[in-house]
Design a protein around this ligand. Sequence first.
Ligand code: ZN
Ligand code: ZN
Length: 246
Amino acid sequence: MVALYLLILHWFSSLFCQSFFLHRYCAHKMFTMSKFWERFFYLLTFICQGSSFLNPRSYSILHQKHHAHSDTPKDPHSPDNHKNIMDMMIHTYKYYHEILNTEDEKIDKTIEHHYPSWKSIDDFSRTNLNVFVWPIAFLILYIYLEVHPLIILFAVPIHSVMGPIQGAIVNWFGHNLGRRNYDLGDNSRNTLIWDIPLMGELYQNNHHYSCQKINFAHKWYEFDPTFFLIRLLDYFKIIKIKRSCL
Ligand SMILES: [Zn+2]
Ligand SMILES: [Zn+2]
């Protein structure tokens, strides 16, 4: 049972960082925050994603390309271009690293190049030490908590690639399965009615319809948990939502 609690805790903390910080702040710039809070959430994202930390610059460029070329051959992670979810994940991983190793000047001029960065975290996240230290830490924790070895074998790999797993679920199912509120030129879908499991990210059809609208839930019966938390952070003046994004 303790493994389940740990997985749920890690799932939602990692997902919040991806949806709130990487997606809506770094890629779409839907709100502003002070340098202190930017560093705070940068560090939180690094801690929550651990060995599978997604570099904000590479994530943002990849994501902007997805919006610009949604479900066309130029889309970096459209289900239309891949035979299964694993094939899409491998291709996205390669493309993500290609961006990581390419200077801004050599990247598509239509992409905006203002992203938060923190050199020491960015550099450390790319080392072998970062890749191995987190799974080992989870392994030690599970052994200390006397979790069954078979459950450890199942849980540790999930902890180790949490960020990419969540990204792949959103990109695969959000462009494959569900309802459409808007008839767009792509194949984006709203997979769930109440998107609690992916914290609003599975309202892809709504998001592609108006990609700068901060609330991904558009119908009265839809609910976007990340937007609810963003509202709270705005209320406590930790962030400031751009009026144009409301
Ligand atoms: Zn999408
Ligand atoms: Zn987006």
